[in-house]
Design a protein around this ligand. Structure first.
Ligand code: DAH
Length: 341
């Protein structure tokens, strides 16, 4: 086979191989095989020394034409393959715009915030304003000024987180009564929602941090019937018109007389069930007429002024309203829980 025939057979073989190529790597392999420095065309040209000098330009010309032709074939094939790859990618990335989209997630208030907002609305509607106090309180405001004597069990180290001799984490919202009395003259109508602390073991119904709302009304001619009317209106607004309530004599150092407020059980309606320990009643708050000692320590004339106060845990309000049986859920902030409200 002379060189010319060799080149012709290379041409045939190349045409056939290039036609079947279906990926870019294989194409590059073939380019090196035919056109590379040690490729088959170069190989033919190396044998030029063996042929007569006058034939060399002819063979050189044919070889160059073949190189040009193969380069063109490669270029065409490359374009074709790149186009295929692009089409494939587009098909894969195609978006079905008829699918329904993922709607934006809209945040909402924590269930405890929702409840306190409802509670606030009820009292604001009655002409109350919102009062606040710090969570780090003085022993004086938390106990002394509320007529809690020094050796009262409520002061026990077991219940109270003391910071030092003078400061503690407030164990109830009642010290906001004292702060309000110190900065405001009667008539006073405030509620004070906030966080409170007690060194309780954490379990389904106890948390070392929980929430209370305090209420305080001071004016001339305030009587126990004002207390009853206000609380009855509140209970019905929050727990429903059909809820019955009762005032049970009780004791708090800062009120006299004092009463615990019970509502008819929201599960059994009064028949008796597990939630109400078969009594038909649920205890929801403490209340009473503000003790004269408290008013006097605040510098008010008890011949002119009287008042009532109440205090309740609002975690419990939320638990009763939503049928939640574990207080810890409020603080764990598991989205599966929160999303239900
Ligand atoms: N401070 C009381 C507690 O934490 C609740 C309470 C009872 C508040 C009677 C009051 C009240 O204002 O009059 O248990």
């Amino acid at each position: 086979m002379d060189l010319k025939e060799k080149l012709q057979s290379i041409e045939k073989e190349a045409e056939k191989l290039f036609k079947d190529v279906d990926d870019l790597d294989r194409l590059e392999e073939l380019r090196i095989e035919f056109l590379g420095k040690k490729g088959r065309i170069t190989d033919v040209l190396r044998q030029m020394g063996k042929i007569p000098a006058e034939e060399r330009p002819v063979i050189g010309l044919i070889a160059n034409q073949l190189k040009a032709k193969l380069n063109e074939l490669i270029q065409l094939k490359m374009n074709e393959l790149e186009e295929l790859i692009r089409e494939k990618r587009l098909a894969e990335e195609k978006i079905d715009i008829t699918l329904p989209g993922a709607g934006p997630e809209i945040g909402h208030y924590h269930p405890l915030t929702q409840i306190i907002n409802e509670v606030k609305d009820v009292f604001i509607g009655l002409g109350f304003t919102i009062a606040e106090g710090p969570e780090i309180e003085t022993e004086y405001n938390n106990f002394e000024a509320l007529n809690v004597p020094e050796h009262h069990p409520a002061r026990d180290l077991q219940d109270t987180f003391y910071i030092d001799d003078k400061y503690l984490l407030r164990t109830h919202t009642s010290p906001v009564q004292i702060r309000t009395l110190a900065r405001q003259k009667p008539p006073i109508r405030v509620i004070a929602p906030g966080r409170v602390y007690r060194s309780d073991e954490l379990d389904a119904s106890h948390s070392p941090v929980f929430h209370q709302v305090e209420g305080l009304v001071i004016d001339k001619d305030i009587s126990f019937s004002d207390l009853k009317g206000t609380i009855e209106l509140f209970v019905k607004a929050i727990y429903g018109e059909n809820r019955s309530l009762r005032f049970r004599p009780s004791y708090f150092p800062f009120t006299e007389p004092s009463a615990e407020v019970d509502i008819s059980c929201i599960v059994c309606g009064g028949k008796g069930c597990r939630l109400c320990s078969h009594t038909g009643w649920l205890e929801v708050m403490g209340s009473g007429m503000v003790h004269p000692n408290v008013l006097e320590m605040a510098g008010l004339d008890t011949r002119v002024y009287s008042g009532f106060a109440f205090g309740m845990g609002w975690d419990r309000v939320a638990m009763l309203k939503y049928g939640i049986d574990d207080i810890r859920l409020f603080f764990e902030n598991d989205r599966r829980f929160l999303h239900q409200f």
